[in-house]
Design a binder for this molecule. Structure first.
Ligand code: FRU
Length: 469
């Protein structure tokens, strides 16, 4: 077993960022940064897969290849359906799909377009590329979307070393005008990459509309800002130094939301990795995996609005035999797990703990003779932690075995955890999806146990497990 059960990989190859996420003709398209020639970063091109349920992916031929003659690699970007054929590139019955991507050369990074009129199967670079060039080497990752109120296209690009997101507008996808810049703000330690901008309804009654600007900081990972976008400018509602993390784990980067998702859904996924060690993780022989697809929402908490994420509902279709218990002590719940023989390398776990006073509790997953990945809660500090220092192979990089910690309050004295375990990953969702920790792990396939532990006044209110297949 060297493949995950429910996470996307490209067999034998290196992949990084998701690209060109667009829903069209009942297909979820997933393009991604691919090295067609090996399992290290290089020769960047766009790989391609499609799915009808966000879980089962059909691999398709490479969509966009590096241009060796011009010395240009195909870096990250996005795609959308040109519903009104604003580009005039549609032919007859089929609406064009349009992709915006960064052409990377030793000299410069510029924004290019490509079109498809056969449902994304084949792509033709636009004849007058580049559509935007500013003479910069740190100008990349265009996220394209249709801004309905102003009836034009907007493209958000990263000015990576200036820690800014730059917005452009266009009525025909060909001619672009500069709209505004946002940043620096939040975390600006590392390069800024892969911006995404979309609106979400809040859960207020009646719902309000807010825009979410996500941008990755190469050191911190994904961060986001909440505010308004009027078609020209993004105005953040937070103080400029406030940092909002999308994911408190180390392995959630370059997330992108699907354009044109059906039924008002807002879904994204990310590259499950960190540039600190991405090129040194074990070659299986594939290298690089996506996170689970996650549904997004904005929810109001006592301290204001937050982005919340939860695994897409389609994942429930993978559930097998259900195991459940309720109202047990930690020791009783742990024996119950063993009596039932609950184990697996692909599991969904929903656990609710109740605690009073000082308590430390949690669970170990993927346990084996000398391995375990620990998810623990420390009530005195109100902190949720994932510790992978004993998870399996951690030898390939000194930066890998760090613990991930998130501030996470109890709600009415309880902590509800939703945990997705797979062959090479653990994703923990807490506090209604406000707190997420995503971590790669490299355990032995035989390490498939689950344990519950706790100290102090803590009870297992309920514990449910489903093996996933
Ligand atoms: C983010 C990134 C992007 C770039 C791509 C190159 O992971 O560095 O900024 O377009 O990867 O593969």
């Amino acid at each position: 077993m060297n493949a995950p059960t429910f996470h996307f990989i490209c067999p034998d190859h290196w992949i990084n960022d998701p690209n060109g996420l667009v829903y069209a003709d009942a297909e979820w398209h997933l393009f991604y940064q691919l090295n067609p020639f090996g399992n290290d970063w290089g020769h960047m091109s766009w790989g391609h897969a499609v799915s009808r349920d966000l879980l089962h992916w059909e691999h398709l031929p490479i969509a966009l290849r590096e241009d060796v003659e011009r010395g240009e690699m195909i870096f990250s970007g996005s795609a959308a359906v040109d519903w009104h054929n604003t580009s005039g590139l549609g032919t007859g019955a089929r609406l064009p799909l349009v992709a915006a991507y960064t052409a990377h050369s030793a000299r410069e990074q510029t924004q290019h377009l490509a079109f498809s009129v056969d449902g994304g199967r084949t792509w033709v670079p636009y004849a007058d590329n580049p559509v935007i060039a500013i003479g910069s080497r740190e100008f990349r990752d265009p996220k394209l979307f249709w801004h309905a109120p102003t009836r034009r296209w907007v493209m958000a690009c990263a000015l990576a070393d200036r820690h800014q997101v730059r917005f452009y507008g266009s009525v025909d996808l060909r001619a672009w005008t500069l709209l505004s810049d946002f940043g620096p703000a939040g975390s600006a330690d590392g390069l800024w990459e892969c911006p995404d901008l979309f609106w979400l309804p809040t859960d207020d009654d009646p719902p309000q509309q807010r825009w979410v600007l996500k941008v990755d900081d190469q050191r911190l990972g994904a961060q986001y800002f909440i505010g308004q976008f009027d078609g020209v400018r993004f105005t953040c509602e937070d103080p400029p130094d406030r940092i909002r993390r999308v994911d408190f784990g180390r392995d959630f980067y370059a997330a992108q939301s699907w354009n044109d998702a059906p039924a008002g859904r807002h879904v994204w996924l990310a590259w499950m990795n960190h540039w600190d060690y991405a090129r040194r993780t074990p070659a299986l022989p594939w290298r690089g995996m996506m996170t689970l697809p996650r549904e997004l929402a904005l929810r109001r908490f006592p301290d204001g609005l937050h982005l919340v994420q939860c695994p897409v509902r389609e994942l429930r279709n993978l559930r097998r035999t259900h195991h459940g218990c309720a109202g047990l002590s930690v020791a009783e719940a742990d024996s119950w797990l063993r009596e039932r023989g609950v184990r697996g390398t692909a599991l969904e776990i929903a656990a609710e703990f109740a605690c009073a006073g000082a308590a430390t509790f949690g669970l170990h997953v993927r346990t084996g003779a000398a391995e375990q990945t620990t998810i623990s809660y420390h009530a005195p500090e109100g902190r949720l932690m994932v510790d992978r220092s004993r998870s399996g192979d951690v030898s390939f990089s000194p930066r890998f075995d760090e613990r991930s910690v998130a501030p996470c309050p109890l709600r009415n004295g309880t902590l509800a955890l939703h945990i997705m375990v797979d062959a090479y990953s653990v994703e923990v969702f807490a506090d209604g999806g406000r707190v997420v920790l995503s971590s790669l792990i490299f355990p032995q396939p035989e390490s498939d146990g689950v344990r519950i532990f706790g100290d102090g006044e803590v009870w297992v209110e309920s514990f449910e497990v489903w093996p996933l297949a």
